[in-house]
Design a protein around this ligand. Structure first.
Ligand code: ARG
Length: 593
């Protein structure tokens, strides 16, 4: 379906042409004086020079051509030469009825959909998920959903950190604690037990202990590096132990991500590309790209136009060990060979910006990707506490994701009880805790996604969980309000289908219609610019427009059946649009709250 602005611009362009001017001057934009008009056209101002004529005269001539327009109901040429516009009630209502019937509300689906791999989440095995991993999961999930909805083929990959020193640290600590474990017996040739010799909570305690010891004790660190080396070079017992670590950790990660409504198509990790690294390195050497520098193997990636220093991309350390870069490059190679993507998107903290610049340049230079393969790193800002410093627990520790979610849920339950009390109804405890879970997730996700990803933001529990203002709970509250009206309507034995939206009877209704009509343009931009915050801004405006209309209109008690049906149709469309949008943000609405 054509975008509203394009459609009405076409009408304006015709008028410019008929008045003897360049049609391209007829571009219509949203009004920056909503108190005066809905749309505007500044073409006469631009045309004044070209036609040596006062802009107001041009505007007046164009306005005259529009006196019988079906699109514009009000056209006023105002000094010094603007065209202030309002569209007709008939035009906007037909647009919305078409939108309501169209697939995806009339969003244009690309003729050549792309194949996109999104690399997000990126948790490190055996380390607890903390709020730092929240953003990657939440933003990545939303971008995945948006791109998929917009018609692209999208694969989400978690890209586990499962191959580095942290694995060696855990193995070392296990060996110190339980040296008799069969996994450390080199002469053992039998099958290893199916059951892991530790639980997830032990694992989560082991890693920080080992990490602290290795920082204080050189010998311990050397053991850990040795264990890492043994693991990577394939020592049987180490591999078996590593598999246990992965299994226990992944089961826990799945549970955590499920609670966040974040899912992955692939659960691959750094370890998956281990075997293809030697071949890749060989190719890089043969191609003359990789050379030795201070014992390490590197590829130069600086470019003439650089304004900052871009250091070489290190492929192998001087001891021959691979690095984070190496696994990322090999993963690119693997993805290109096995999935043939047109585009790769990575979501990490923006502190990894330079790192990804190096990796991308190296991948291009060494021919790991095609010339037209798009490589995009989306670097997000830090989630800060109210003190403006990275978010911590009350006693200053690293906040674990589970605890953060628990705190939000508790706050949500409190608000739900409070709300019920003021409204005078009983709270069913079980239902309340389920509702709190749903609304709490919306509070966290909306609080995050409503900011432009690259910006730091302040995690403000009070604000995020509020039922008023630019928050997730406010959006859900609005949806629940609409659902409840629609329920009451159907309880009167009436159908929601086949209703037609009629002409707006007042400004708040028309305003709601105008907001709805922005949908396809907004969604196209959100996808092209990979910007979930655009969806948030849109649904916030839409929810506000709906609530204004709601407060001014007695919907269910309206006696004029046509009017009432038209409003019900408008509400249905508003609910549907809001629900699709929140689904793309990765959360949903409860039935009541
Ligand atoms: N595991 C990494 C970390 O915690 C993030 C991985 C991001 N993805 C990637 N392909 N490098 O920092």
């Amino acid at each position: 379906m054509e975008k509203l602005l394009d459609l009405i611009s076409e009408e304006m362009k015709k008028a410019f042409e008929e008045a003897g001017y360049d049609r391209e001057l007829g571009r219509v934009t949203l009004s920056n004086r909503p108190d005066l008009c809905e749309f505007q056209c500044n073409g006469a101002m631009a045309g004044a020079k070209k036609y040596h004529k006062a802009p107001l005269m041009i505007a007046q001539e164009v306005a005259e051509k529009l006196t019988d327009s079906d699109v514009f109901g009000e056209v006023s040429a105002v000094a010094p030469g603007f065209l202030n516009l309002k569209i007709t009630e008939a035009f906007i209502k037909s647009y919305l009825n078409e939108m309501a019937k169209a697939e995806k509300f009339g969003l244009t689906i690309p003729v050549n959909p792309k194949k996109i791999i999104i690399d997000y989440g990126g948790p490190n095995v055996a380390k607890p998920l903390h709020v730092g991993h929240l953003r990657s999961g939440v933003i990545g999930e939303s971008i995945k959903r948006i791109c998929r909805y917009a018609g692209h083929e999208v694969i989400g990959d978690i890209h586990l950190g499962d191959w580095g020193l942290q694995m060696g640290l855990i193995i070392t600590e296990l060996q110190k604690r339980q040296p008799d474990l069969i996994y450390f017996d080199d002469s053992y040739e039998g099958e290893y037990p199916a059951e892991a010799p530790f639980t997830i909570s032990e694992l989560e305690e082991i890693y920080p202990t080992a990490s602290a010891k290795s920082k204080a004790d050189e010998a311990y660190k050397a053991d850990a590096m040795d264990a890492t080396y043994k693991l990577q070079s394939g020592v049987r017992g180490y591999r078996a132990l590593w598999q246990h670590i992965i299994d226990v950790s992944v089961a826990d990660l799945k549970k955590n991500y499920e609670n966040l409504n974040v899912t992955f198509d692939l659960w691959k990790g750094e370890s998956d590309v281990h075997d293809i690294i030697p071949g890749m390195v060989e190719e890089m050497k043969k191609g003359g790209y990789a050379y030795e520098s201070d014992g390490a193997l590197v590829v130069d990636v600086k470019e003439e136009t650089d304004t900052k220093e871009v250091p070489p991309c290190m492929i192998l350390k001087s001891d021959g060990a691979s690095l984070y870069n190496t696994t990322d490059l090999a993963t690119i190679m693997d993805r290109m060979e096995n999935y043939h993507p047109d585009k790769l998107i990575y979501l990490t903290d923006k502190r990894q910006e330079l790192y990804f610049e190096q990796v991308f340049r190296c991948a291009r230079k060494t021919g790991l990707v095609n010339k037209d393969t798009e490589l995009l790193h989306i670097g997000f800002g830090t989630m800060n506490g109210k003190d403006g410093k990275p978010f911590k627990t009350r006693d200053g520790g690293v906040m674990r994701l589970e605890n953060l979610i628990r705190e939000i849920n508790e706050e949500m339950i409190r608000k739900i009880r409070e709300n019920a009390e003021t409204k005078g109804y009983e709270v069913d405890e079980e239902a309340a805790s389920e509702t709190a879970r749903i609304v709490g997730l919306a509070a966290i996700k909306y609080g995050d996604l409503s900011n432009q990803a690259s910006k730091d933001y302040i995690f403000d529990m009070d604000r995020f969980t509020s039922f008023e203002g630019d928050t997730g709970p406010y959006i859900l509250y609005t949806i629940v309000r609409i659902k409840s009206i629609l329920n009451k309507y159907t309880e009167q034995g009436k159908e929601l289908t086949n209703l037609v939206i009629g002409e707006a009877v007042n400004d708040s209704e028309k305003n709601l219609m105008l907001e709805l009509a922005k949908y396809n343009a907004m969604m196209e931009a959100a996808c092209e610019e990979v910007a979930p915050h655009k969806i948030c801004a849109y649904i916030y405006d839409l929810a506000n427009a709906f609530n204004h209309f709601y407060h001014e209109t007695k919907i269910l008690t309206e006696e004029d059946v046509k009017k009432k049906e038209s409003w019900i149709a408008l509400l249905t469309l508003t609910r549907d649009v809001l629900e699709v949008c929140i689904d793309l943000l990765g959360f949903s609405a409860p039935d009541r709250m």
